[in-house]
Write a protein that binds this ligand. Sequence first.
Ligand SMILES: NC(=O)c1ccc[n+]([C@@H]2O[C@H](COP(=O)([O-])OP(=O)(O)OC[C@H]3O[C@@H](n4cnc5c(N)ncnc54)[C@H](OP(=O)(O)O)[C@@H]3O)[C@@H](O)[C@H]2O)c1
Length: 322
Amino acid sequence: MTKKRRLGKTDIEITPIGLGCWQFSQGSKGMSAVWDAVNQETINGIVDTALKGGISWFDTAELYGRGTSEQTLAKALTAAGVRPGQVVVATKWWPLARRARSIEATIDTRLSCLSPFPIDLYQVHQPFSVSSVAAQMKAMARILKAGKIRSVGVSNFSARRMELAHAALAAEGIVLASNQMRFNLLDRGIERNGVLSSAKKLGVTIIAWSPLAQGVLTGRFHDDPAAAAKVSTMRRMMNGFSAARLAKSAPLIEEMRVIGRAHGASVAQVALCWETSFHGETVVAIPGATKKAQAEQSAGAMGFALTATELSRIDELSKAAR
Ligand SMILES: NC(=O)c1ccc[n+]([C@@H]2O[C@H](COP(=O)([O-])OP(=O)(O)OC[C@H]3O[C@@H](n4cnc5c(N)ncnc54)[C@H](OP(=O)(O)O)[C@@H]3O)[C@@H](O)[C@H]2O)c1
């Protein structure tokens, strides 16, 4: 069984890999349009496969189809025979153009979308809100003390904002559990902008989003560059899908293929293993999936360890691939 890690300094334990559930939005508008709609039956299969592979937690958000991802996740967990409390569920409040009081006004809707599963981690999705970080954290503290959530996290917060959030919660006797940030072998900004070092100092877990660079780090688009033209515009814009970027990351992908062979692992699994081990236990990852086989591979990334030489070789090539 995979060794679990503590989520920040909370008493919650999670596996190094969780399942990202943005793909369960079933929408064709806004942020949901990044992914092809996945039906409930397929979602049930993905969630069941993730659980069987040992994944113990799931990340969703209010934003993902305005509650649709939360609802489809809850249905899939129920279909898999999971009972409340047997897995860890993380979701997020959307702060844009909203005040902190909306955290308390909307938490019951989040709970009903996820019902019967409780919210183990409630995150502020991104830093742009009408209210201050301190006001948002005070509202989070109130719903935690009211027993509506188990822990508090943030997402896309700079080191300074994360430290502010940490301090505001500490004043309420609560720890900041996590900061969900984009982190993968083609985007290692958190290593340079102070977020990672500050998280290590504070004991805050970094939850890496887009750990597969939305598919680029699987090698699939290096094998079939024509497939890159078929993914959504937003997805292409957010990642290294252009011919020039794919050429730049090709040596990294090739090396991960060779390293993977020694472990019976795919390129995606090597990438996830590196991301969740290079910085010790600080970084966990939440790869998304639209197919059962992808969830199976993500879970399988917890089944082997990279050697120190392999970790540093990937580190080196990743720096040249960006
Ligand atoms: N906090 C934030 O601001 C934020 C932002 C973005 C994402 N997130 C969270 O992070 C999660 C993951 O990020 P993400 O979905 O952007 O990117 P990702 O996990 O890097 O990429 C997921 C996509 O990669 C492809 N894939 C996955 N496993 C694969 C495999 N083994 N082989 C081949 N292809 C594979 C699939 O693409 P196809 O569907 O095309 O097959 C899948 O939909 C999201 O679900 C969400 O929960 C949070």
